[in-house]
Design a protein around this ligand. Structure first.
Ligand code: SAM
Length: 292
């Protein structure tokens, strides 16, 4: 996956951005959501935001910055900015070797510990859930592992994202065949209903997941979340600079219950970011554990 896949290569856009405007907007975006845009990517802002200028009838990126800071509709526009600046690429059963470790090692360990405590409760957080493919995959795996016993468990998968648009689509739970390209066929037939060219996630999986908007740069909002046994944050911190990565990873540490697990994307690492977790090496993936 390329970083910022929506506009990976420079293209001609109808508005030209000056260096000063770029720095202003770049710093604003960073302060609002932690997404960091390097100076050799001026074209990225030009390409992605030109349509916003056109739609708002503005002439320069400077005017757009002013709109974002002071206009009475700035809250609404901030959401549009998040929509266009985020990369939402995702799919069901993304990174199967990691999910195998999740199913066979992580989840079975958490289930065994909860059973031993006679506390049949599991909390999982999918941070940066995009259109829902990841949290629904987690829900399917929970059904696969617990089978009919799942009815005796109190399970909640909290799925959060910055972008309202992806959350709207996630709540619908309706997907193309492409989103299911690495999903085992028998899973597709047991957990989805086909409607024309679309695949709908079944209700028993939907029921496990609750979606809400959450900005990972909002530490106070994170503190208000339920504590988790497992956090998935895959292919999200790749868009942050080191300072923001450290802040987010430390807030995950605080959110995890003692003994809890953090799963990140296959191209991401906690090297130079955090020493708080114990890395556990498995075939094809590393799982990070909060020990106490
Ligand atoms: C590439 S997708 C990854 C989706 C999924 N985790 C996966 O691996 O398939 C990255 C998601 O992170 C979200 N995101 C980016 N910055 C964020 C922030 N500051 N707070 C919350 N979500 C953010 C984006 O909106 C996007 O949906």
């Amino acid at each position: 996956m390329s970083l910022f896949a929506k506009a990976a290569t420079p293209q001609l856009s109808s508005f030209k951005i000056t260096k000063e405007e770029f720095l202003q907007l770049r710093d604003f975006i960073y302060s609002q959501c932690g997404i960091y845009i390097a100076e050799n990517r001026m074209y990225l802002i030009e390409n992605r935001l030109s349509n916003r200028l056109k739609e708002l009838n503005l002439k320069t990126f400077g005017e757009y910055y002013h709109y974002l800071r002071y206009d009475m509709n700035r809250r609404k526009e901030l959401n549009r900015l998040f929509e266009v600046m985020t990369t939402n690429e995702t799919s069901f059963y993304r990174n199967p070797p990691q999910l195998k470790v999740f199913q066979e090692k992580v989840l079975t360990a958490v289930i065994a510990e909860q059973r031993a405590k006679n506390d049949k409760k599991i909390r999982i957080w999918s941070a940066g859930c995009s259109t829902g493919d990841e949290p629904y995959t987690i829900g399917i795996i929970l059904h696969e592992v617990l089978r009919s016993e799942i009815l005796q468990w109190n399970i909640k998968i909290s799925a959060t994202d910055l972008s309202e648009a992806v959350l709207l689509s996630a709540r619908r739970g309706c997907y193309s065949e492409y989103a299911l390209r690495t999903t085992p066929r028998d899973i597709v037939s047991r957990y989805f209903t086909k409607s024309g060219a679309q695949f709908m996630v079944c209700d028993k999986v939907k029921r496990l997941v609750s979606f809400s908007q959450l900005n990972l740069s909002d530490m106070l909002a994170i503190k208000r979340l339920d504590r988790s046994h497992i956090i998935f944050c895959r292919n999200v911190i790749i868009y942050f600079d080191d300072e923001m990565k450290k802040q987010v990873i430390s807030s995950f540490y605080d959110n995890l219950l003692p003994g809890g697990y953090l799963l990140i994307g296959h191209s991401e690492s906690l090297h130079n970011i955090s020493k708080a977790f114990q890395p556990q090496h498995h075939t094809g993936t590393i799982v990070y554990r909060r020990m106490s």
